[in-house]
Ligand binder design. Sequence first.
Ligand code: FA5
Length: 340
Amino acid sequence: MDKQQLLNELSQVSTPESLQQRYQTYLGKKGTITLAFKTMSDLSPDERKEKWQVLSALKTALETAYAEKEQQFSLKEINELLEKELVDISLPGKKLDQGYYNLLVKTRREMENIAQSMGFIVELGTEVVSKFENFEAVNIPITHPATEMHDTIYLEQKDDRGENYVLRTHTSSAQNYIIRKHGVPIKAVLPGRCYRFDEMDATHDTMFYQLEGVYIDKNISIANFKNVITTFLSATLKKQVEVRMRPGFFPFVEPGFEIDARYEYIDPKTGKKQLSKWLELLWAGMIHPNVLKNAGVDPREGWTGFAFGIGINRVTAMKYGIKDIRYFTNGDLRFTKSFT
Ligand code: FA5
């Protein structure tokens, strides 16, 4: 075994694998040099000493060369990795998409803020309610045809009366809860999701938002209502609106009104002031005495009030000129992003 030849061969090795192979061949457990150390028993002490010195020198030289080569390989590997993973900090970064509010949520929050600035508290209620809350508490007998109109999604779970819970069909289902929770007098709005077994079209969805308003105090009149709703709608639509009240029927109000609004605008073609069409915006009315009684309030003590229910999808569509309310919930980000 010529030392110089072995070292030369080692220096020629080009991969970590063949380096490992060479190590095993010479210095491994059964390697030539390792075995040579074990075959010195038939030599004289002097010869043994001499051979031992030669082998030791060879072993040390090879081990040193092997370690150097191994270090070279690992350095090469690190450099290659660094090269590959090099980050060019001068490149423009990837733009992270930010979250956007759904347009309905945006309008809902604006309406909450407006109501709060007018002294209303904001309540949330629950989306799962009893049949009692959704119908009877607001004076809709379970056999009333109106319950068919409100036909909805029933849950398997049953309430204390053994009746299936329902997903609320209108925020009026929270009137009883709000009045019981806060007592009277009360000024509250309750925005939230409602669910109906409705056929979906440009103005109907199976899930939609309403905002309920409840105002109860001593001697509240229709005039008070008209003033409150005019202020509220003007702030919501960001236009001074004129309100028209037509008779409408809902079992939980007496009298009940259908509310239309119109506003003045400058016609972009003529530059002249124009009046908009009457827009059917919401339903409302003076709270029926039975609703008060169901919530533990005695109407004979002079408590009166009004309630109103606004479809937030409809108001939002009107505010932004959107023709089909299904855009709000179809998950198309291009739509949501275009209103940020
Ligand atoms: C009601 O739900 C009554 N609770 C409103 C009310 C409250 C009257 C307080 C009197 C006093 P209505 O079913 O008309 O009324 O619904 C109110 C509004 O919710 C509608 O004008 C409409 O804007 C919206 N709405 C109703 N159904 C849907 C639907 N399927 N998709 C989208 N919006 C709807």
